[in-house]
Ligand binder design. Structure first.
Ligand code: FAD
Ligand code: NAD
Length: 469
């Protein structure tokens, strides 16, 4: 008996993966009348609302409440009996995620995007075969296709690592128990945020990183301040370490054998979290059949308008090698939207902010001091301790500093770093000034409400040495 081949169904637009850029492109195009389908194998709305940004910030917030509760006496309150119910912490996160999924489903329905649940794979140019979740196959083709398949946690080929069944962020954010002793491999964004959160929820935590210091790409004074605050909270750090072997199983007992690492031969724990970077989801999805080329690093090769090497096919977000942030993926959607509309918007020259959600928070935009020195860019340096920001004095959150680089030939703001409470919010104000090309004096001379954290910007920029004309 021969099985009949599924008929090819024609669309105006197909999107593979429902991450940030992909979903917005789909919603936008469908709302303007194009017949659009989006294929998603698991996470409605992509990683951000399901397994990444938002659930991690939800759990980080629970951890910060636990941390504050531990300091109750300082605020004149009777200290609460310490105790974290991780199942409740997880329940709060799950409720949020369920709500976000409903919001996404509503938007798919309202905009008229056909949401197809299944695993998609190119079978030819602008043609995708979908193995449907409920069984069966559909073959879809379209005038335009957007690849928005994201990335996943990378697991290095270290002997015994896979066998130890380590947690990635996905499993760590689903824990119903607080690990007694958590080893975090990788002290980057994911590692630092989750290490501090689990420490505050009650775990003993050790971070192991191959670099000589944490945050190797940020200015030394910033990295030192973050390191100090981590050590003060009792987080152990082993840097400059190469893991040669892993033994045991996560959830029971794991041992990491090290070379380097300031002479620490091994670290052990009950749980291992791997946070050593990302791998783009670009393998096994038939990109060869679609005529879509990859870069040497495995990202989809794109031009400044996010067009791939195949006519009519775009790639966006992590899989296209855009800086791995949800706000950048969102901007990728604008680039494709404008390109589809025949207008020009590009990815080059974007001012990309970042915010690391540790406490104190670390927000950065533009040029760092390290980059300025590397590129021989002259600058005036302004620095203000958070202890001089009156809002911080009222809350007691005085750790950290504000730092800005201002031009020497003009008054442009070249870069800004905030390490402190509400750092991300303060950065947004500076970012707006930078993108509008305003001189630093516009912030210096503004009237910001007192006492807000942003008021600190007035004091920071008032400290600028006068430009020699
Ligand atoms: C723990 C963690 C915390 C983070 N926190 C932040 C933060 O605070 N702020 C920030 O800006 N960024 C943060 N990021 C980064 C951010 O999550 C990513 O940059 C962003 O989600 C990338 O979006 P994307 O659209 O490229 O991919 P994704 O959101 O990963 O979407 C890709 C989607 O495609 C689907 N898919 C893949 N292949 C197929 C296929 N063959 N068929 C069907 N569907 C498929 C996947 O299931 C997924 O839903 C964090 C990342 C992690 C891991
Ligand atoms: N707040 C945010 O915006 C946020 C939060 C989480 C993640 N993200 C995004 O997700 C990306 C991925 O995060 P990540 O933390 O997985 O990667 P990362 O690149 O930020 O950090 C990886 C760290 O692991 C270390 N490392 C790599 N291999 C190692 C090994 N074998 N042994 C020891 N150390 C090793 C690296 O030296 C580095 O410090 C980030 O770059 C960021 O773009 C953003």
């Amino acid at each position: 008996m021969t099985r009949s081949e599924p008929q090819t169904e024609a669309y105006d637009l197909l999107v593979l993966g429902s991450g940030e850029a992909g979903k917005y492109i789909a919603w936008n195009e469908a709302a303007s009348g194009r017949r659009t389908a989006l294929i998603e194998r698991r996470y409605i709305g992509g990683s951000c609302p399901n397994i990444a940004c938002l659930p991690s910030k939800n759990i980080i917030y629970s951890a910060s409440v636990a941390h504050l509760a531990g300091q109750a006496a300082q605020f004149g309150l009777h200290p609460a009996e310490p105790g974290v119910e991780m199942e409740t912490v997880r329940g709060r996160k799950r409720t949020m995620v369920d709500g976000l999924i409903k919001v996404h489903e509503g938007r798919f329905a309202r905009t008229g995007v056909e949401l197809i649940r299944g695993e998609g794979r190119f079978s030819g140019p602008r043609t995708i075969e979908v193995a449907l979740d409920g069984g069966g196959v559909r073959v879809l083709t379209a005038e335009h296709v957007v690849i928005s398949t994201g990335s996943r946690a990378s697991i290095d080929p270290i002997p015994g690592l896979v066998e130890s069944a380590p947690l990635t962020h996905v499993e760590a954010l689903e824990l119903g128990v607080v690990p007694a002793k958590l080893v975090v491999l990788g002290g980057g964004y994911v590692g630092l945020e989750l290490a501090q959160a689990f420490r505050r929820l009650g775990s003993e935590v050790t971070i192991v990183d191959r670099n000589q210091r944490l945050l190797s790409r940020v200015d030394e004074d910033v990295a030192e301040a973050v390191t100090r605050s981590f050590l003060r909270e009792g987080i152990e750090l082993v840097t400059g370490a190469r893991v040669t072997q892993v033994e045991g199983r996560t959830g029971e007992q794991v041992v990491l054998y090290l070379e380097g690492g300031q002479g620490t031969p091994r670290v052990s724990g009950t749980h291992l979290l791997v946070a050593t970077g990302r791998i783009p989801n670009t393998q096994g999805i038939g990109l060869e059949a679609a005529g879509v080329a990859l870069t040497a690093a495995g990202f989809v090769q794109v031009d400044e308008c996010l067009r791939t090497t195949a006519e009519g096919v775009f790639a966006v977000g992590d899989c296209a090698g855009s800086p791995h942030f949800t706000h950048v993926a969102f901007d990728d959607h604008r680039v494709v939207r404008e390109t589809l509309a025949g207008r020009r918007r590009v990815t080059t020259g974007r001012l990309v902010p970042s915010c690391l959600f540790v406490d104190p928070e670390l927000a950065q935009i533009g040029l760092s001091e390290t980059e300025a020195r590397k590129t021989n860019t002259p600058y005036r340096l302004l620095k203000l301790p958070m202890a001089s920001v009156l809002r911080a004095v009222t809350t007691g959150h005085t750790e950290g500093f504000l730092k800005a680089l201002v031009g020497v030939d003009d008054d442009r703001i070249l870069g800004f770093t905030a390490l402190g409470s509400s750092a991300g919010e303060m950065m947004a104000t500076v970012q707006l000034a930078m993108s509008a090309g305003l001189p630093y004096t516009a912030l210096r001379d503004s009237i910001f409400a007192h006492p807000t954290y942003s008021e600190g910007l007035v004091y920071l920029f008032s400290a600028a040495p006068t430009r020699v004309v």
